[in-house]
Design a protein around this ligand. Structure first.
Ligand SMILES: Cc1cc2nc3c(=O)[nH]c(=O)nc-3n(C[C@H](O)[C@H](O)[C@H](O)COP(=O)(O)OP(=O)(O)OC[C@H]3O[C@@H](n4cnc5c(N)ncnc54)[C@H](O)[C@@H]3O)c2cc1C
Length: 428
């Protein structure tokens, strides 16, 4: 299935540069076959309605592109249906550059940024101007309930293509509203009497790391980005690896916990881990959530791996339960990058509690299935069906609750699948 964005944007000049730079083969497949039917899924729709700004490029009569920043209350860019978006155009500096450009060329290109989440969505479309006189009902749909600025017109965009970008060079930035929400969340999670125990440098390993980014992935899961403290390249690792990190408990003792590296090992400048806060137990994960701050330094050992991905071309069937998605995500990205066939089955309580679900859906929608045990209409993983229908050379990987791992291993044995084709990792 050809990706609509590739058909639009991979012009002969772009293709020539891809060829010169060696990326043409990888991108060529995106153009093959009939063009996909473009429809914004619930993920794109949710992303669009959360934005409070975006950039819009139009094409002027002279051929110059013109990029405009548009801002408003979150949700001012409205979803009209799965192929149409629109916004109200308020009176501004009266230059009318974008609206004027649309008279000659209706093509627009939008860039929507989520800086804290390090995600960006590109949209290509054809825009038209909607007036009070001609289409009052449509214009009314673009109005904002609590925003009383005078609307001059509406802009309605028929979406012809969209694409998600790689998050690599997006610096996390936070608006005042986002900082306030994070502060509220942090205050709720910290007992008023407990002072987080922060030390200058934790741990005795030979690898000095600095915490360079923190991101809330779900109500109880935080992602951490770690870089070499002296900006040196980090030791390489293979998908499935984990890092053992030092943690200061509230009583001052130093303990350590293992956390899987969540990204494909193609970047040598940072490691990513994601930590579920567990309030029972010895308190390692909650002390980490409370005590780890950007700029803090850790001395760790190089990553270790008890859950390695196979190197050959055999297909993989990956099963993740809850926070067990962490090594499985790195495996998924690695398999996709090297062109090995895989399927991912990811189960959790509800989408809200499942880390990386949007990223995975966006990147691998055709190869992922999600199951929600506590949704209004629960969906359940059929382990027997999955294993029984897999090809005889499939390698299985499972990470998650003990119950899930046991179920996969037992079912595999019943089906006569050799133990060495079933790889698993337990966090307990
Ligand atoms: C190789 C490896 C990789 C790991 N990767 C990750 C990771 O990517 N992200 C992550 O959040 N944790 C991961 N863990 C688990 C992590 O090391 C800690 O065990 C976890 O953070 C709990 O620590 P704690 O001190 O809060 O609780 P502990 O006192 O260590 O544990 C409390 C109780 O919770 C159980 N437990 C541990 N992990 C879980 C879990 N995920 N769900 C339910 N119960 C659990 C323990 O067995 C124990 O019974 C990994 C563990 C291993 C061995």
């Amino acid at each position: 299935m050809a990706r609509a964005f590739a058909k639009i944007s991979f012009t002969p000049n772009v293709q020539a540069v891809q060829t010169e730079m060696g990326s043409r083969t990888a991108y060529r497949t995106a153009e093959l076959g009939d063009t996909e039917t473009v429809a914004l899924s619930e993920f794109e729709q949710a992303f669009i309605t959360e934005r409070d700004s975006f950039y819009q490029a139009t094409v002027s009569q002279s051929g110059w592109p013109y990029v405009q920043h548009r801002g408003g209350p979150a949700g001012f860019l409205k979803i009209l249906d799965e192929q149409t978006i629109g916004y109200a155009d308020f009176s501004g500096n009266r230059q009318y550059l974008s609206v004027g450009n649309l008279r000659g060329d209706d093509r627009v290109s939008l860039l929507l940024m989520d800086y804290p989440g390090r995600q960006r969505l590109k949209i290509w479309g054809r825009a038209r101007v909607v007036n009070e006189g001609s289409e009052p009902e449509l214009l009314a749909k673009l109005e904002l309930a609590d925003f009383r600025a005078p609307i001059e017109r509406g802009i309605v965009i028929h979406v012809e293509a969209f694409d998600w970008n790689c998050p690599k060079y997006i610096t996390p930035r936070y608006s005042q509203r986002e900082v306030e929400a994070l502060l509220v969340q942090t205050r709720q999670q910290q007992p008023a009497t407990a002072t987080p125990h922060v030390q200058a440098v934790l741990g005795n390993g030979a690898l000095p790391l600095t915490i360079s980014g923190i991101r809330q992935l779900s109500p109880r899961i935080r992602a951490y980005e770690l870089r070499h403290s002296d900006d040196e390249p980090l030791p390489s690792y293979r998908a499935g690896a984990h890092l053992r990190v030092p943690i200061a408990l509230p009583d001052g003792t130093i303990t350590s916990r293992a956390y899987s590296l969540t990204d494909a090992p193609d970047e040598r400048d940072c490691y990513h881990i994601a930590v579920l806060r567990i309030d029972e137990g010895e308190g390692g994960s909650s002390a980490l959530h409370d005590g780890w701050q950007i700029g803090a330094r850790l001395n760790v050992d190089a990553p270790d791996n008890y859950f390695s991905l196979h190197d050959d071309d055999r297909p993989a069937l990956l099963i993740a339960g809850g926070i067990g998605i962490t090594p499985i995500k790195a495996m998924t990205e690695t398999l996709a990058a090297r062109g090995t066939a895989f399927q991912l089955h990811y189960t959790g309580r509800t989408p809200q509690y499942m880390a990386f679900i949007k990223d995975l859906q966006r990147q691998f929608s055709d190869r992922c299935r999600f199951y929600f045990s506590q949704a209004q209409n629960p969906t359940r993983l059929d382990v027997s069906g999955l294993l029984a229908n897999a090809s005889t050379d499939t390698v299985f990987y499972v990470c998650g609750p003990t119950r899930l791992i046991d179920s996969v291993r037992q079912t595999a044995r019943q089906l006569g699948i050799a133990d060495d084709r079933v790889q698993f990792e337990s966090f307990n």
